[in-house]
Design a binder for this molecule. Structure first.
Ligand code: 5AD
Ligand code: SF4
Length: 495
């Protein structure tokens, strides 16, 4: 009988996508998805370390899995991802029943490591940097293991070259490396041919996508390979100027037949360029949604965070985007309680959040990550009660604009792509608009995920819209759907 696997994913979309790739590898080895922990032969925990509670959750889950393994010694327990990269040996020291630990630079080795551990016992493989064959493993390791059959993530770059004082990502994901332009276009063409209509381009700092590629190409003689590496627009430009290629990529991916929606996450405000806004506005498939992480509205705190912009600069860029892309929805990430944050600093954040009129925001309480610059600012830590109070006040401000933005859509006819039955009430269908808004409505008949339908918005809350069904506009083209278990997506891609 085939071995059964279960993958639990913590953290951001980057991890979600890595989990899909791991599922692809395991199924390539003949495994099939398990229903739950009880019938699983292998349990993979794909971990996150961006905030503290992720660590606590992992060690809690491992404690629970120990009792399962005591009953079933053959059960293989595997820990991968960012927390594994950070904690390394500590995982097996704290949880001796873990069979395999792998990190962020060798995701493509997951299946091999599991096979090795079955033969030779517990194994730990953490690489210091991206393995030479890791990038090459991207396109091929992606069979039909997508969570939503009509939508796919496409990693365009790995790692991050920034040094935000609060952030552990550069330490666990390494420096920024872009995947070749031509490889990405080919991957999206393949996805489109398989019936995918929506892609989300993933990276820690998507706006600088391609800067490394063009910097490298500039120093070597021009040749036909340049189009593959950096796209045609760059290859035919005689100046051979090192520059990011994100806007070119949006245009190229958005013009692929069958791709109706292109999303991306996340751009960094300091690198958001006018070309990107123009490409969004001029490429029909690129959705009217910008996730632009603010982190703080205080210039003093932004400087301490090394974010590279002021609040005024942020709002200027946001205004340019809103002016350039009609009906643009905007969302953000904000941290409260960064070391040294005063009441005045926090009020500046409230002001910027109100001025930005966010459609939604992921808000976080600062959590010290050992090894990051901010974690050493112990003398300036904000006390938890104050942080908590600020967090609640910020949420009130964000919910106010979210509700207002949503109410303004009442009466409008919106095109949604169906995700499936609503999680709370299966008789209700849920879909998403181009602005990334969840719409709940009652369909006259069951609609397959990926169906495009028109609804009229009849009611609005802070986190969703209610719609009235009008008509089915297009039915999905994909054939198979093999779900991947997720423990819950909590955050956007780290930024
Ligand atoms: N504490 C709290 N929030 C954090 N984030 C990243 N690091 C931390 C931290 N140490 C948030 C940022 C980022 C999002 C993915 O997580 O807002 O954009
Ligand atoms: Fe990089 Fe984003 Fe972390 Fe800053 S917050 S270091 S840009 S991943």
């Amino acid at each position: 009988m085939a071995q059964r696997y279960l993958i639990r994913t913590y953290g951001c979309q980057m991890n979600e996508h890595d989990s899909e790739r791991i599922a692809g590898l395991l199924e390539g080895d003949g495994m099939v998805p398990a229903e739950g922990t009880d019938d699983a032969d292998v349990i993979v925990l794909n971990t996150c370390c961006i905030r503290e509670n992720a660590d606590n959750k992992l060690y809690g889950t491992l404690g629970y899995l120990k009792s399962l393994k005591d009953d079933r010694p053959d059960l293989q327990i595997v820990v991968g991802g960012c927390l594994a990269q950070k904690d390394r040996e500590l995982i097996q020291e704290r949880a001796g029943h873990v069979d395999v630990v792998f990190g962020t630079h060798n995701v493509h080795r997951a299946a091999e490591l599991m096979a090795e551990a079955r033969e030779h016992g517990p194994i730990l493989e953490i690489l210091e940097e991206t393995a030479a064959d890791y990038l090459a493993s991207f396109p091929t390791a992606l069979p039909a293991k997508r969570d939503l059959p009509y939508a796919s993530w496409v990693t365009i770059q790995i790692g991050c070259d920034n040094n935000c004082a609060f952030c552990i990502v550069p330490a666990v994901r390494g420096p920024e490396i872009s995947r070749p332009f031509g490889e990405l276009v080919a991957e999206v063409e393949r996805l489109a041919a398989a019936g995918v209509l929506e892609v989300t381009l993933l990276g820690q700092n998507v706006n600088s996508y391609g800067r490394d590629l063009t910097t490298r190409l500039r120093t070597i003689d021009a040749g036909p390979a340049d189009t593959y590496e950096a796209g045609e627009a760059w290859a035919i430009d005689e100046r051979r100027r090192p520059r990011p290629l994100f806007a070119d990529l949006l245009r190229a991916v958005g013009s692929i037949d069958g791709i109706e929606r292109v999303r991306y996450t996340s751009p960094h405000p300091k690198d958001l360029r006018p070309e990107t806004i123009a490409a969004m506005a001029e490429t029909v498939a690129v959705c009217e949604h910008l996730h632009l992480p603010l982190q703080s509205g205080s210039d003093r705190i932004l400087a301490a965070m090394h974010r590279g912009y002021t609040a005024a600069r942020y709002l200027e860029r946001l205004d340019a985007a809103v002016a350039g892309v009609p009906d643009l929805a905007v969302s953000t990430d904000i941290i409260v309680g960064f070391p040294g944050e005063t009441e005045d600093d926090f009020e500046a954040t409230l002001e910027v959040a109100a001025a930005a009129e966010y459609d939604y925001a992921y808000t976080f309480q600062y959590s010290p990550r050992p090894g990051t610059e901010a974690a050493d600012m112990v003398d300036r830590y904000v006390d938890p009660a104050t942080t908590n109070d600020r967090y609640e006040r910020l949420r009130t401000v964000v919910e106010r604009s979210a509700r207002a933005k949503h109410q303004a859509r009442i009466g409008r006819r919106e095109r949604v792509v169906v995700e499936g039955p609503s999680k709370r009430d299966p008789s209700v269908t849920s879909g998403r608009t181009r602005q990334n808004k969840l719409v709940h409505f009652t369909a006259p008949q069951p609609l397959k995920p990926g169906t495009q339908a028109d609804v009229v918005v009849v009611d609005a809350a802070a986190h969703y819209l209610m719609g009235e069904f009008r008509e089915v506009v297009a039915v999905p083209r994909y054939r198979t759907h093999i779900p991947v278990t997720a423990a819950g997506v909590e955050t956007p891609a780290p930024h």
